[in-house]
Design a protein around this ligand. Structure first.
Ligand code: SF4
Ligand code: SF4
Length: 457
Protein backbone atom coordinates (compact mmCIF):
# COMPACT_ATOMS: atom_id res chain seq x y z
CA UNK A 1 0.00 0.00 0.00
CA UNK A 2 1.33 3.51 -0.87
CA UNK A 3 1.95 6.43 1.45
CA UNK A 4 -1.19 8.04 2.69
CA UNK A 5 -2.23 11.29 4.35
CA UNK A 6 -5.31 13.28 5.31
CA UNK A 7 -7.24 15.28 2.77
CA UNK A 8 -7.45 18.85 4.10
CA UNK A 9 -4.96 21.28 5.56
CA UNK A 10 -1.78 20.42 7.42
CA UNK A 11 1.71 21.92 7.53
CA UNK A 12 5.31 20.74 7.26
CA UNK A 13 7.28 21.88 10.31
CA UNK A 14 10.90 20.66 10.54
CA UNK A 15 10.78 17.37 12.45
CA UNK A 16 13.80 18.12 14.70
CA UNK A 17 13.94 14.56 16.03
CA UNK A 18 17.32 15.17 17.64
CA UNK A 19 16.78 12.55 20.36
CA UNK A 20 15.89 9.76 17.92
CA UNK A 21 19.11 7.81 18.50
CA UNK A 22 18.72 7.90 22.30
CA UNK A 23 17.67 4.46 23.53
CA UNK A 24 15.11 4.43 26.34
CA UNK A 25 16.99 4.60 29.63
CA UNK A 26 15.54 3.83 33.05
CA UNK A 27 15.51 6.97 35.22
CA UNK A 28 16.65 6.16 38.77
CA UNK A 29 13.87 6.44 41.34
CA UNK A 30 13.20 9.87 42.79
CA UNK A 31 13.14 10.14 46.62
CA UNK A 32 9.46 11.16 46.51
CA UNK A 33 6.67 10.83 43.97
CA UNK A 34 3.39 12.75 43.78
CA UNK A 35 0.48 10.88 42.19
CA UNK A 36 -2.18 13.21 40.86
CA UNK A 37 -5.82 12.15 41.06
CA UNK A 38 -6.43 13.94 37.73
CA UNK A 39 -4.36 11.96 35.25
CA UNK A 40 -7.19 11.24 32.84
CA UNK A 41 -10.13 12.91 31.17
CA UNK A 42 -13.17 12.60 33.42
CA UNK A 43 -13.79 12.71 37.16
CA UNK A 44 -10.72 12.72 39.43
CA UNK A 45 -9.88 9.39 41.09
CA UNK A 46 -10.61 8.91 44.81
CA UNK A 47 -7.74 8.00 47.14
CA UNK A 48 -8.12 4.63 48.89
CA UNK A 49 -4.94 4.86 50.99
CA UNK A 50 -4.27 6.89 54.12
CA UNK A 51 -1.26 8.79 55.40
CA UNK A 52 1.16 6.31 56.96
CA UNK A 53 0.14 3.37 54.75
CA UNK A 54 2.89 1.27 53.23
CA UNK A 55 2.44 0.65 49.49
CA UNK A 56 4.11 -1.48 46.84
CA UNK A 57 4.70 -0.77 43.16
CA UNK A 58 1.48 -1.50 41.25
CA UNK A 59 -0.82 -1.28 44.26
CA UNK A 60 -4.08 0.62 43.75
CA UNK A 61 -3.92 3.95 45.58
CA UNK A 62 -7.03 5.53 44.04
CA UNK A 63 -10.25 4.29 42.45
CA UNK A 64 -12.16 5.80 39.52
CA UNK A 65 -14.32 8.74 40.56
CA UNK A 66 -16.90 8.13 37.81
CA UNK A 67 -17.66 6.17 34.65
CA UNK A 68 -15.07 8.09 32.63
CA UNK A 69 -12.25 7.86 35.16
CA UNK A 70 -9.37 5.50 35.91
CA UNK A 71 -7.55 3.62 38.66
CA UNK A 72 -4.26 5.07 39.88
CA UNK A 73 -1.51 2.75 41.11
CA UNK A 74 1.53 3.45 43.19
CA UNK A 75 4.55 3.79 40.93
CA UNK A 76 6.96 3.12 43.81
CA UNK A 77 7.15 1.25 47.08
CA UNK A 78 7.23 3.30 50.25
CA UNK A 79 5.08 5.23 52.72
CA UNK A 80 2.19 7.60 52.00
CA UNK A 81 3.31 10.93 53.46
CA UNK A 82 0.42 13.21 52.57
CA UNK A 83 -2.76 13.51 50.53
CA UNK A 84 -3.74 16.99 49.46
CA UNK A 85 -3.54 19.73 46.88
CA UNK A 86 -0.35 20.29 44.93
CA UNK A 87 0.24 22.42 41.85
CA UNK A 88 0.28 20.62 38.49
CA UNK A 89 2.31 21.55 35.40
CA UNK A 90 0.03 24.46 34.64
CA UNK A 91 0.12 25.69 38.25
CA UNK A 92 -3.42 24.50 39.08
CA UNK A 93 -3.95 22.66 42.38
CA UNK A 94 -4.78 18.95 42.08
CA UNK A 95 -5.22 16.37 44.82
CA UNK A 96 -2.01 14.32 44.97
CA UNK A 97 -0.80 11.37 47.02
CA UNK A 98 2.77 11.96 48.17
CA UNK A 99 4.82 8.79 48.62
CA UNK A 100 8.29 8.61 50.14
CA UNK A 101 10.24 5.99 48.21
CA UNK A 102 11.69 3.05 50.18
CA UNK A 103 13.20 0.37 47.93
CA UNK A 104 11.45 -1.00 44.86
CA UNK A 105 9.10 -3.77 45.96
CA UNK A 106 6.46 -4.79 43.40
CA UNK A 107 3.01 -6.15 44.17
CA UNK A 108 2.76 -9.94 43.95
CA UNK A 109 1.28 -11.16 40.66
CA UNK A 110 2.91 -8.53 38.43
CA UNK A 111 5.25 -10.12 35.91
CA UNK A 112 8.31 -7.86 35.82
CA UNK A 113 10.37 -10.17 33.59
CA UNK A 114 11.16 -9.37 29.94
CA UNK A 115 9.58 -12.65 28.76
CA UNK A 116 7.31 -11.93 25.79
CA UNK A 117 3.82 -13.39 26.29
CA UNK A 118 2.20 -13.84 22.88
CA UNK A 119 -0.77 -16.07 23.69
CA UNK A 120 -3.80 -13.82 24.03
CA UNK A 121 -6.55 -14.75 26.54
CA UNK A 122 -9.76 -15.82 24.77
CA UNK A 123 -12.17 -14.02 27.12
CA UNK A 124 -12.64 -10.44 25.87
CA UNK A 125 -14.55 -9.40 28.98
CA UNK A 126 -11.64 -10.50 31.15
CA UNK A 127 -9.27 -8.55 28.87
CA UNK A 128 -11.34 -5.37 29.20
CA UNK A 129 -11.38 -5.83 32.95
CA UNK A 130 -7.60 -6.11 33.07
CA UNK A 131 -7.30 -2.93 30.98
CA UNK A 132 -9.69 -1.13 33.35
CA UNK A 133 -8.00 -2.45 36.49
CA UNK A 134 -4.60 -1.51 35.02
CA UNK A 135 -5.64 2.14 34.88
CA UNK A 136 -4.93 2.25 31.14
CA UNK A 137 -5.73 5.58 29.48
CA UNK A 138 -4.95 6.92 26.02
CA UNK A 139 -1.32 8.01 26.13
CA UNK A 140 -1.36 9.92 22.86
CA UNK A 141 -2.53 13.08 24.62
CA UNK A 142 -6.24 12.64 25.35
CA UNK A 143 -5.87 10.32 28.41
CA UNK A 144 -9.37 8.95 27.79
CA UNK A 145 -9.89 5.71 29.78
CA UNK A 146 -9.12 2.93 27.29
CA UNK A 147 -11.70 0.39 28.51
CA UNK A 148 -14.45 2.96 27.84
CA UNK A 149 -13.13 3.60 24.33
CA UNK A 150 -13.08 -0.15 23.71
CA UNK A 151 -16.75 -0.50 24.69
CA UNK A 152 -18.66 1.09 21.79
CA UNK A 153 -22.22 2.24 22.51
CA UNK A 154 -25.05 -0.04 21.30
CA UNK A 155 -25.57 0.29 17.57
CA UNK A 156 -21.93 1.18 16.81
CA UNK A 157 -19.53 -1.30 15.34
CA UNK A 158 -15.77 -1.16 15.03
CA UNK A 159 -14.48 -2.00 11.55
CA UNK A 160 -10.80 -1.21 12.01
CA UNK A 161 -8.36 -0.64 14.83
CA UNK A 162 -5.69 1.95 14.03
CA UNK A 163 -2.50 2.10 16.06
CA UNK A 164 -1.10 5.59 15.85
CA UNK A 165 2.66 5.40 15.44
CA UNK A 166 2.96 8.66 13.50
CA UNK A 167 4.47 10.80 16.25
CA UNK A 168 4.08 13.76 13.92
CA UNK A 169 4.88 16.42 16.53
CA UNK A 170 8.38 17.80 15.97
CA UNK A 171 11.06 16.76 18.51
CA UNK A 172 9.14 13.84 20.10
CA UNK A 173 10.77 10.42 19.83
CA UNK A 174 9.45 8.26 22.68
CA UNK A 175 6.91 6.44 20.46
CA UNK A 176 9.62 5.87 17.85
CA UNK A 177 11.94 4.36 20.43
CA UNK A 178 9.06 2.27 21.80
CA UNK A 179 8.41 0.87 18.31
CA UNK A 180 12.09 -0.02 17.95
CA UNK A 181 12.70 -1.34 21.45
CA UNK A 182 9.28 -2.75 22.43
CA UNK A 183 7.95 -3.54 18.96
CA UNK A 184 6.95 -7.11 19.92
CA UNK A 185 4.94 -5.91 22.91
CA UNK A 186 3.26 -3.18 20.81
CA UNK A 187 2.25 -5.74 18.17
CA UNK A 188 0.86 -8.12 20.80
CA UNK A 189 -1.00 -5.11 22.28
CA UNK A 190 -2.38 -4.35 18.80
CA UNK A 191 -3.48 -7.99 18.43
CA UNK A 192 -5.28 -7.79 21.79
CA UNK A 193 -7.08 -4.58 20.74
CA UNK A 194 -8.00 -6.16 17.41
CA UNK A 195 -9.45 -9.23 19.13
CA UNK A 196 -11.43 -7.19 21.67
CA UNK A 197 -13.00 -5.13 18.88
CA UNK A 198 -14.26 -8.28 17.12
CA UNK A 199 -11.20 -9.45 15.20
CA UNK A 200 -11.39 -6.55 12.79
CA UNK A 201 -8.36 -5.57 10.66
CA UNK A 202 -5.67 -3.52 12.38
CA UNK A 203 -3.43 -0.87 10.82
CA UNK A 204 -0.27 0.35 12.50
CA UNK A 205 0.30 3.80 10.95
CA UNK A 206 3.89 5.08 10.94
CA UNK A 207 5.24 8.20 9.22
CA UNK A 208 7.80 7.80 6.44
CA UNK A 209 10.53 9.55 8.45
CA UNK A 210 10.83 6.41 10.63
CA UNK A 211 12.00 3.75 8.12
CA UNK A 212 13.76 1.67 10.80
CA UNK A 213 10.55 1.46 12.84
CA UNK A 214 8.51 0.58 9.73
CA UNK A 215 10.91 -2.24 8.80
CA UNK A 216 11.13 -3.50 12.38
CA UNK A 217 7.38 -3.65 12.97
CA UNK A 218 6.86 -5.43 9.64
CA UNK A 219 9.44 -8.02 10.70
CA UNK A 220 7.78 -8.43 14.11
CA UNK A 221 4.34 -8.94 12.56
CA UNK A 222 5.77 -11.61 10.23
CA UNK A 223 7.64 -13.27 13.10
CA UNK A 224 4.68 -13.35 15.50
CA UNK A 225 2.35 -14.48 12.74
CA UNK A 226 -0.76 -12.53 13.75
CA UNK A 227 -3.28 -12.34 10.91
CA UNK A 228 -4.87 -9.07 9.81
CA UNK A 229 -2.29 -6.60 11.17
CA UNK A 230 -0.54 -4.38 8.62
CA UNK A 231 1.83 -1.42 8.67
CA UNK A 232 0.74 1.59 6.66
CA UNK A 233 3.40 4.14 5.73
CA UNK A 234 2.12 7.69 6.13
CA UNK A 235 3.40 10.79 4.40
CA UNK A 236 5.12 13.30 6.67
CA UNK A 237 2.47 15.85 7.36
CA UNK A 238 1.43 17.55 10.57
CA UNK A 239 -0.99 16.68 12.30
CA UNK A 240 -0.98 13.20 10.76
CA UNK A 241 -1.42 11.68 14.21
CA UNK A 242 -4.60 13.63 14.95
CA UNK A 243 -7.34 11.07 15.48
CA UNK A 244 -9.70 12.38 12.80
CA UNK A 245 -6.84 13.02 10.37
CA UNK A 246 -5.51 9.49 10.82
CA UNK A 247 -8.94 7.94 10.21
CA UNK A 248 -9.23 10.06 7.04
CA UNK A 249 -5.78 8.93 5.87
CA UNK A 250 -6.26 5.22 6.66
CA UNK A 251 -9.97 4.65 6.02
CA UNK A 252 -10.88 7.66 3.85
CA UNK A 253 -13.78 8.38 6.18
CA UNK A 254 -14.63 11.71 7.80
CA UNK A 255 -15.67 11.89 11.44
CA UNK A 256 -18.44 14.50 11.67
CA UNK A 257 -18.53 17.53 13.95
CA UNK A 258 -18.91 16.41 17.58
CA UNK A 259 -18.93 12.72 16.56
CA UNK A 260 -16.66 9.97 17.85
CA UNK A 261 -14.33 7.84 15.66
CA UNK A 262 -16.56 4.82 16.31
CA UNK A 263 -19.31 6.61 14.34
CA UNK A 264 -17.29 5.76 11.21
CA UNK A 265 -16.19 2.35 12.51
CA UNK A 266 -12.75 3.33 13.80
CA UNK A 267 -10.97 2.85 17.11
CA UNK A 268 -7.62 4.63 17.35
CA UNK A 269 -5.01 3.90 20.01
CA UNK A 270 -1.53 5.26 20.31
CA UNK A 271 1.66 3.12 20.34
CA UNK A 272 2.29 3.76 24.05
CA UNK A 273 -1.31 2.76 24.82
CA UNK A 274 -0.89 -0.50 22.87
CA UNK A 275 2.18 -1.19 25.03
CA UNK A 276 0.19 -0.37 28.19
CA UNK A 277 -2.54 -2.77 27.04
CA UNK A 278 0.07 -5.50 26.56
CA UNK A 279 1.48 -4.83 30.04
CA UNK A 280 -1.95 -4.85 31.71
CA UNK A 281 -3.29 -7.94 29.95
CA UNK A 282 -0.20 -10.13 29.52
CA UNK A 283 1.89 -9.08 32.53
CA UNK A 284 -0.71 -7.83 35.04
CA UNK A 285 1.29 -4.61 35.10
CA UNK A 286 -0.72 -1.40 35.55
CA UNK A 287 0.55 1.95 34.28
CA UNK A 288 3.31 2.87 36.70
CA UNK A 289 5.82 4.28 34.23
CA UNK A 290 6.00 5.80 30.77
CA UNK A 291 8.60 6.94 28.25
CA UNK A 292 9.41 10.63 28.27
CA UNK A 293 11.51 12.41 25.63
CA UNK A 294 13.70 15.18 27.04
CA UNK A 295 14.94 17.31 24.19
CA UNK A 296 15.58 20.72 22.63
CA UNK A 297 18.75 22.36 21.36
CA UNK A 298 19.46 23.71 24.86
CA UNK A 299 18.51 20.54 26.77
CA UNK A 300 21.38 19.44 29.05
CA UNK A 301 21.28 16.08 27.25
CA UNK A 302 18.97 14.49 24.68
CA UNK A 303 17.19 11.52 26.22
CA UNK A 304 14.30 9.10 26.16
CA UNK A 305 13.70 8.06 29.74
CA UNK A 306 11.49 5.45 31.35
CA UNK A 307 10.03 7.52 34.17
CA UNK A 308 7.89 6.37 37.09
CA UNK A 309 4.56 8.21 37.11
CA UNK A 310 4.60 11.05 39.64
CA UNK A 311 8.29 11.92 39.31
CA UNK A 312 8.98 15.66 39.79
CA UNK A 313 10.06 17.35 36.54
CA UNK A 314 12.96 19.04 38.30
CA UNK A 315 14.30 15.62 39.33
CA UNK A 316 14.26 14.45 35.69
CA UNK A 317 16.04 17.56 34.46
CA UNK A 318 18.56 17.49 37.32
CA UNK A 319 19.41 13.88 36.44
CA UNK A 320 20.37 15.06 32.96
CA UNK A 321 22.45 17.99 34.21
CA UNK A 322 19.93 20.61 35.32
CA UNK A 323 18.06 23.37 33.54
CA UNK A 324 20.62 25.41 31.58
CA UNK A 325 20.57 29.18 31.92
CA UNK A 326 19.68 29.67 28.28
CA UNK A 327 16.47 27.62 28.64
CA UNK A 328 13.73 30.22 28.73
CA UNK A 329 10.81 27.83 28.61
CA UNK A 330 10.00 24.18 29.29
CA UNK A 331 7.12 22.71 27.31
CA UNK A 332 5.26 19.56 28.28
CA UNK A 333 4.79 17.89 24.88
CA UNK A 334 5.90 19.19 21.49
CA UNK A 335 6.24 22.71 20.11
CA UNK A 336 2.91 22.59 18.23
CA UNK A 337 0.48 21.20 20.80
CA UNK A 338 2.47 21.20 24.03
CA UNK A 339 1.75 23.38 27.04
CA UNK A 340 4.22 25.63 28.82
CA UNK A 341 5.26 24.25 32.20
CA UNK A 342 4.54 26.84 34.88
CA UNK A 343 5.90 24.78 37.74
CA UNK A 344 8.99 22.56 37.54
CA UNK A 345 8.15 21.08 40.94
CA UNK A 346 5.08 19.50 39.38
CA UNK A 347 5.20 15.77 38.82
CA UNK A 348 4.69 13.72 35.67
CA UNK A 349 1.31 12.12 34.99
CA UNK A 350 0.52 9.06 32.85
CA UNK A 351 0.18 11.22 29.75
CA UNK A 352 3.49 13.10 30.10
CA UNK A 353 5.36 12.18 26.93
CA UNK A 354 7.99 14.89 26.54
CA UNK A 355 9.78 17.84 28.06
CA UNK A 356 11.05 20.30 25.46
CA UNK A 357 13.49 23.03 26.49
CA UNK A 358 13.50 26.16 24.36
CA UNK A 359 15.75 29.20 24.37
CA UNK A 360 14.50 32.76 24.57
CA UNK A 361 15.21 33.14 20.85
CA UNK A 362 13.21 30.03 20.01
CA UNK A 363 10.22 31.14 22.04
CA UNK A 364 10.24 34.77 20.91
CA UNK A 365 7.16 35.61 18.88
CA UNK A 366 7.19 38.35 16.28
CA UNK A 367 4.77 41.13 17.16
CA UNK A 368 1.29 40.55 15.76
CA UNK A 369 0.09 42.81 12.99
CA UNK A 370 -3.30 43.20 11.36
CA UNK A 371 -4.85 40.32 9.44
CA UNK A 372 -4.09 40.67 5.74
CA UNK A 373 -6.87 38.23 4.77
CA UNK A 374 -4.47 35.92 2.99
CA UNK A 375 -6.45 32.83 4.00
CA UNK A 376 -3.30 30.83 4.83
CA UNK A 377 -4.70 29.85 8.24
CA UNK A 378 -7.84 28.40 6.64
CA UNK A 379 -5.77 26.52 4.04
CA UNK A 380 -3.68 25.00 6.84
CA UNK A 381 -6.54 24.05 9.17
CA UNK A 382 -6.98 20.25 9.09
CA UNK A 383 -10.49 20.60 10.52
CA UNK A 384 -11.69 22.84 7.70
CA UNK A 385 -12.29 25.79 10.05
CA UNK A 386 -11.74 29.47 9.33
CA UNK A 387 -9.29 30.50 12.05
CA UNK A 388 -9.26 34.19 11.04
CA UNK A 389 -13.04 34.28 11.53
CA UNK A 390 -12.94 32.37 14.81
CA UNK A 391 -10.29 34.79 16.04
CA UNK A 392 -12.55 37.72 15.23
CA UNK A 393 -15.49 36.06 16.97
CA UNK A 394 -13.42 35.39 20.10
CA UNK A 395 -12.49 39.05 20.22
CA UNK A 396 -16.17 40.00 19.84
CA UNK A 397 -17.07 37.39 22.51
CA UNK A 398 -19.76 36.06 20.15
CA UNK A 399 -20.34 32.59 21.61
CA UNK A 400 -23.32 31.83 19.41
CA UNK A 401 -21.41 32.43 16.18
CA UNK A 402 -18.33 30.66 17.53
CA UNK A 403 -20.42 27.54 18.05
CA UNK A 404 -22.09 27.91 14.63
CA UNK A 405 -18.62 28.12 13.10
CA UNK A 406 -17.54 24.98 14.98
CA UNK A 407 -14.88 26.43 17.30
CA UNK A 408 -15.56 23.32 19.43
CA UNK A 409 -14.09 21.16 16.63
CA UNK A 410 -10.67 22.83 16.88
CA UNK A 411 -8.08 20.18 17.74
CA UNK A 412 -5.61 22.84 18.94
CA UNK A 413 -3.00 21.66 16.45
CA UNK A 414 -1.50 25.12 15.93
CA UNK A 415 -1.36 24.86 12.11
CA UNK A 416 -3.13 28.22 11.80
CA UNK A 417 -0.65 29.99 14.07
CA UNK A 418 2.25 28.31 12.25
CA UNK A 419 0.98 29.61 8.89
CA UNK A 420 -0.04 33.13 9.79
CA UNK A 421 2.28 35.77 8.26
CA UNK A 422 0.77 38.40 10.58
CA UNK A 423 1.82 36.36 13.66
CA UNK A 424 -1.63 36.65 15.18
CA UNK A 425 -1.90 34.43 18.29
CA UNK A 426 -4.67 32.42 16.65
CA UNK A 427 -4.18 29.25 18.69
CA UNK A 428 -4.30 31.00 22.09
CA UNK A 429 -7.40 32.95 21.13
CA UNK A 430 -9.27 30.07 19.49
CA UNK A 431 -8.41 27.76 22.39
CA UNK A 432 -10.01 30.31 24.73
CA UNK A 433 -13.10 30.55 22.50
CA UNK A 434 -13.36 26.77 22.24
CA UNK A 435 -13.27 26.48 26.04
CA UNK A 436 -16.11 28.99 26.36
CA UNK A 437 -18.22 27.22 23.71
CA UNK A 438 -17.68 23.80 25.29
CA UNK A 439 -18.66 25.29 28.66
CA UNK A 440 -21.88 26.63 27.13
CA UNK A 441 -22.65 23.28 25.45
CA UNK A 442 -22.11 21.42 28.73
CA UNK A 443 -24.28 23.89 30.66
CA UNK A 444 -27.05 23.48 28.07
CA UNK A 445 -26.86 19.68 28.29
CA UNK A 446 -26.99 19.80 32.11
CA UNK A 447 -30.00 22.14 32.02
CA UNK A 448 -31.79 19.89 29.50
CA UNK A 449 -31.10 16.82 31.67
CA UNK A 450 -32.38 18.59 34.79
CA UNK A 451 -35.53 19.71 32.93
CA UNK A 452 -36.16 16.16 31.65
CA UNK A 453 -35.77 14.75 35.17
CA UNK A 454 -38.10 17.41 36.59
CA UNK A 455 -40.71 16.57 33.93
CA UNK A 456 -40.62 12.89 34.94
CA UNK A 457 -41.58 13.71 38.54
S1 SF4 B 1 -5.58 25.11 16.01
FE1 SF4 B 1 -7.75 24.77 15.55
S2 SF4 B 1 -8.32 26.42 14.17
FE2 SF4 B 1 -6.08 26.34 14.20
S3 SF4 B 1 -5.54 25.02 12.49
FE3 SF4 B 1 -5.69 23.68 14.28
S4 SF4 B 1 -7.80 22.94 14.26
FE4 SF4 B 1 -7.73 24.70 12.88
S1 SF4 C 1 -3.17 33.61 8.10
FE1 SF4 C 1 -3.20 35.35 9.51
S2 SF4 C 1 -3.17 37.10 8.16
FE2 SF4 C 1 -3.74 35.37 6.86
S3 SF4 C 1 -6.01 35.32 6.96
FE3 SF4 C 1 -5.29 34.02 8.59
S4 SF4 C 1 -5.26 35.37 10.39
FE4 SF4 C 1 -5.31 36.68 8.59
Amino acid sequence: MGKSTFSIGGVHPHDNKISRECAIEQLPLAPTVYLSMSQHIGAPAKPVVAVGDKVKVGQVVAEPGGFVSAFIHSSVSGTVKSIGPRKDLAGNPQTCIEIAVEGDEWLEGIDTTDTLVTEIPADNKAILDKIRLGGVVGLGGATFPTHVKLSPPPGSKCERVIINGCECEPYLTSDYRTLLEKGEQVVVGAAILKQVMGNVPCTIAIEENKPEAIAHIREVIAKLGYEGIEVMVMKMMYPQGGEKQLIDAVMHRQVGSGALPISVGAVVQNVATALAVYDAVQKNKPIVDNSVTVTGACAPKQANLLVRVGTPLRYILDYLGGVPEEAAKVISGGPMMGRAVANLDAATVKGTGALLLLTEKETRRAPASACIRCGKCADACPMGLEPFLLNRLVKANDLEQLEKNAAQDCIECGCCLYSCPAHIPLLDNIRMGKGAVLGAIRARAAAAKAAAEAAKK
